[in-house]
Design a protein around this ligand. Structure first.
Ligand SMILES: [Ca+2]
Ligand SMILES: [Ca+2]
Ligand SMILES: [Ca+2]
Length: 488
């Protein structure tokens, strides 16, 4: 049981903010019997298949009426051969519904639509309780039964619900959706996507903020082809997660080895970025404290260095550090006060690596794609979560982030040969496939589909929950090399 708890908890922030962000329970706890439909594991239908490139935007009437740029966005996509349809409650129904009831209505309607679209973009309030284009709250780790000491590690918010519009996600009708080993039986949860999905949040009906985000995305699509060199630059900012001998949770054994998240980026550099690929990179690793990174880096890992370097322009950014919705930290064993070679808790300190407030400093930075190896950064029920503020300020055009405590499997990368072990789906393995595919010119959302098809084939509980908690924020049809040259 202990390892079952530790696995998903590996990246949980020591910040107590982790425990303070649980969404309000949706009021409708019952299953919607009319939602039942044949479906289940549908591996014969692996995602985007429509020969015509097409995007369905699911929004609301208020958003469509309030936004200046949603139609411009659609027109820009059309110039690039992507047909965009915008749907509202006039199409999917349930005009007064919010939260789960709304999610069920949208999904039911999608059953008659999904075969016509490659891409699904969700534009609205993601809150699982009251959102108008909500994420669905799911219980993949219902087995943990509040075992995480007051931190919610049982549930997450997910958009995977919409990309798999067939199948009953609450097979046993107990109001807890997507329980592993329960709701994933025949006719139930299916995580082989039928569409590539992305999400752009709208909070408090603020369509001006939506338009700021869309403006950045449109600018990215219209970049001058001579200005794309930065897109093949990659920035790594990787912290330690744990130190050898550290006791992270009371009543658990000491951590058996240092966990330096730079291990994964070093593995990626060695196996996926040979010089002939022409990718320039900058590494920011831990240089402070008793245990520092054993890998070389171009700079020391600090928030100042991350912001300063990011502003120089990077098409790909991969960070690792304990996270909360609005803050990621680096963890430093500052001093061995009692000189015993063991990092006691009063010797370990965390420092900000990136915070929601500091993302404003990145306004005007050319957009890139971010993978956040952190807990909770994708918990965008919190309106100023990092995954959102980064795209609102344009520093990111796409973010892969988790709505729950994510895990990192650094030891696997330390021992791994040149071939990626695909047995598990987790954020680092997704990051490998994602950045590799971006460099091949593939669309961001389609790469998330590919990761779901390729990784964690055995449907183990850890892979199952991470397929639900890891979501893509941004326009799912964007590629690394989008530019004004794409206009037909
Ligand atoms: Ca259930
Ligand atoms: Ca499916
Ligand atoms: Ca000590």
């Amino acid at each position: 049981m202990r390892s079952a708890i530790l696995a998903p908890m590996l990246l949980t922030a020591s910040l107590m903010a982790c425990g303070a962000v649980d969404p309000v329970q949706p009021p409708d706890a019952g299953a919607d019997a009319a939602d039942a439909a044949p479906g289940g594991l549908d591996s014969s239908d692996p995602g985007p298949i429509s020969p015509e490139r097409s995007m369905l935007v699911v929004a609301t009437n208020a958003t469509v009426q309030g936004s200046r740029l949603l139609q411009t966005f659609a027109a820009e996509k059309a110039k690039r051969g992507i047909r965009v349809s915008v749907a509202t409650e006039d199409d999917y129904g349930g005009p007064d519904e919010r939260g789960r009831a709304r999610a069920l209505s949208i999904r039911k309607w999608l059953r008659s639509q999904y075969r016509s679209f490659n891409y699904l973009m969700l534009v609205g309030d993601p809150g699982t309780g009251y959102g108008d284009v909500p994420m669905l709250k799911v219980w993949p780790r219902d087995d943990l039964q509040n075992a995480c000491g007051g931190i919610d590690c049982e549930t997450s918010g997910t958009d995977a619900f919409y990309t798999n519009p067939n199948g009953e996600w609450d097979l046993n009708g107990d109001g807890r959706y997507a329980e592993w080993g329960v709701d994933d039986q025949k006719g139930g949860v299916d995580l082989y996507p039928e569409m590539a999905v992305g999400r752009i949040p709208v909070y408090f009906g603020d369509t001006e903020d939506l338009d700021r985000t869309l403006e950045h995305i449109i600018a990215y699509m219209n970049a001058d082809p001579s200005q794309l060199a930065y897109r093949k630059r990659m920035l790594f900012a990787k912290a330690f997660a744990f130190f050898k001998g550290e006791i992270f949770f009371p009543n658990t054994p000491p951590v058996s080895a240092d966990v330096d998240m730079a291990t994964t980026s070093e593995w990626f550099l060695r196996n996926y970025l040979p010089p002939e690929r022409g990718v320039a990179f900058t590494r920011l690793y831990e240089r402070e404290g008793v245990s520092t990174s054993r890998y070389p880096s171009e700079g020391a890992l600090t928030q100042d260095n991350l912001i300063k370097e990011w502003k120089n322009g990077y098409g790909m950014i991969w960070w690792g550090g304990h996270g909360a919705p609005t803050e990621v930290v680096r963890t430093v064993w500052t001093v061995d006060k009692n000189d015993n070679g063991i990092p006691e808790n009063d010797e370990i300190k965390t420092f900000p690596l990136i915070r929601t407030e500091t993302t404003a400093e990145l306004e005007g930075t050319p957009g890139g794609f971010v993978v956040a190896t952190s807990c909770y950064v994708g918990r965008i029920e919190v309106p100023d979560a990092l995954s959102y503020t980064l795209i609102r300020h344009g520093a990111a055009v796409g973010v892969i982030a988790s709505s729950a405590p994510a895990s990192a499997d650094e030891s696997a990368f330390a021992e791994m040969g040149p071939v990626l072990d695909r047995d598990r789906f987790d954020v680092d393995r997704v990051g490998v496939l994602f950045f590799d595919g971006l460099l091949k010119g593939q669309a961001a959302g389609a790469l998330m589909v590919k990761a779901r098809l390729d990784l964690g084939p055995a449907n183990d509980i850890d892979s199952f929950q991470e397929k639900l908690m890891l979501n893509f924020y941004g326009d799912p049809s964007l590629t690394l090399f989008d530019s004004a040259a794409d206009v037909r």
